[in-house]
Design a protein around this ligand. Structure first.
Ligand SMILES: Nc1nc2c(ncn2[C@@H]2O[C@H](COP(=O)(O)OP(=O)(O)OP(=O)(O)O)[C@@H](O)[C@H]2O)c(=O)[nH]1
Ligand SMILES: [Mg+2]
Length: 328
């Protein structure tokens, strides 16, 4: 839980002109400055809420008071708190959802700073030449919030059963998921940290195999589509050795359809198409046929088994996460 507080407005100035030869100068108190806002901003540079876990409170600057000579007080600067896209902001007291950050660079003003008070110059009228009062600034506001990261992983590995998803996870991390040559080996998502050579580490999730009708509950069902929703980008893994030359896009379409039928944003999630099992004889022939038929580019070829193409895939993933890591 974090407490955030906006800045209060500065008080209006209370002052009268005092100059030689002008014995009765008019009121010249300037207005107070505006208090700073509390702004939350979804940033690509943030992948976890870890930094925020060390601090319990955040406060924006107050507006400065107005002063003599019609000087307006300085505005308090806004406090911008950076969070990862995919963060939900909840009211800690009521549990109510205040804002759901779905886009990078999205900003949301959580609390407005108080307006500055008017200086006494503002209150001068024809009948009231010497106002001996000024307005206080608006007070600051405080709120207790809870930040929840909806994402379970940066990269979700999806595909038909047996495509080699768990083998890929094992190849890119130190995880040791169960791997077997029958479908539905993986029953719950496996998560693991991946450390690419020259970029930020990320979390990958090996999602249980999807089959046709998953969006309406077939196979291991809808639960896993929900997991996929909580990843930033996807690796769509296809077993190249199983591509049917007569209908090369069949398995690709099956997964693609399931994702879009579950919901539109899932269908539109950034993804990399990966052909696996390139070590198998004739896989490259099938891969060529597939690549000709599919419009989505690029298509990365790997063998999770031998490690072929894995480094190139990791670089592509790191790049996509850096450039387009939108959660939906
Ligand atoms: N030849 C070859 N076999 C592979 C490769 N990757 C995976 N396999 C084999 O394919 C089979 C399925 O691999 P898994 O990693 O369990 O597949 P999965 O996609 O996790 O399957 P589910 O969890 O059942 O959805 C296993 O027998 C693996 O050894 C590869 O690059 N080349
Ligand atoms: Mg598996």
């Amino acid at each position: 839980m974090i407490t955030v507080t906006s800045g209060h407005g500065g008080r209006g100035g209370l002052s009268f002109r005092r100059e030689k030869f002008i014995p009765k100068g008019g009121p010249d108190g300037g207005n107070g400055g505006r208090g700073g806002d509390i702004v939350l901003r979804a940033s690509l540079q943030k992948r976890t809420l870890y930094d925020l876990s060390h601090r319990r409170s955040f406060k924006a600057a107050n507006g400065a008071n107005g002063s003599s000579n019609m000087r307006t007080g300085r505005d308090g600067s806004d406090l911008v708190i950076e969070i990862p896209a995919g963060t939900m902001v909840l009211n800690a007291a009521t549990g109510e959802l205040i804002h759901d950050f779905t886009q990078n660079d999205e900003s949301f003003v959580l609390l407005r700073g108080g307006r500055g008070g008017k200086g006494n110059a503002h209150f001068k009228t024809a009948t009231h030449q010497t106002p001996r009062f000024s307005q206080p600034g608006e007070p600051s506001q405080s709120l207790e919030i809870k930040l929840v990261l909806k994402l379970i992983a940066d990269v979700g590995i999806v595909g038909l059963p047996n495509a080699g998803k768990s083998t890929l996870l094992a190849a890119i991390s130190s995880a040791t998921p169960k791997i077997a040559d029958y479908p539905f080996t993986t029953l719950i998502p496996n998560l693991a940290a991946v450390y690419p050579a020259h970029s930020e580490p990320f979390i990958a999730a090996d999602i249980p195999g999807l089959i046709e009708g998953a969006h309406s509950g077939a196979g291991l069902g809808i639960q896993f589509l929900k997991h996929i929703e909580r990843t930033r980008i996807l690796v769509h893994l296809i077993d190249a050795s199983a591509i049917d030359p007569a209908d090369p896009l069949k398995s690709y379409r099956t997964i693609q359809d399931e994702l879009s039928k579950f919901n539109e944003s899932l269908g539109a999630k950034p993804r990399i198409l990966v052909l696996n099992k390139m070590d198998v004889q004739d896989a490259s022939v099938q891969a060529d046929i597939f690549e000709k038929a599919v419009s989505q580019k690029p298509v990365v070829r790997i063998s999770a088994h031998t490690g072929m193409g894995i480094q190139a895939l990791l670089q592509q993933l790191a790049q996509l996460l850096d450039n387009d890591g939108t959660p939906r």
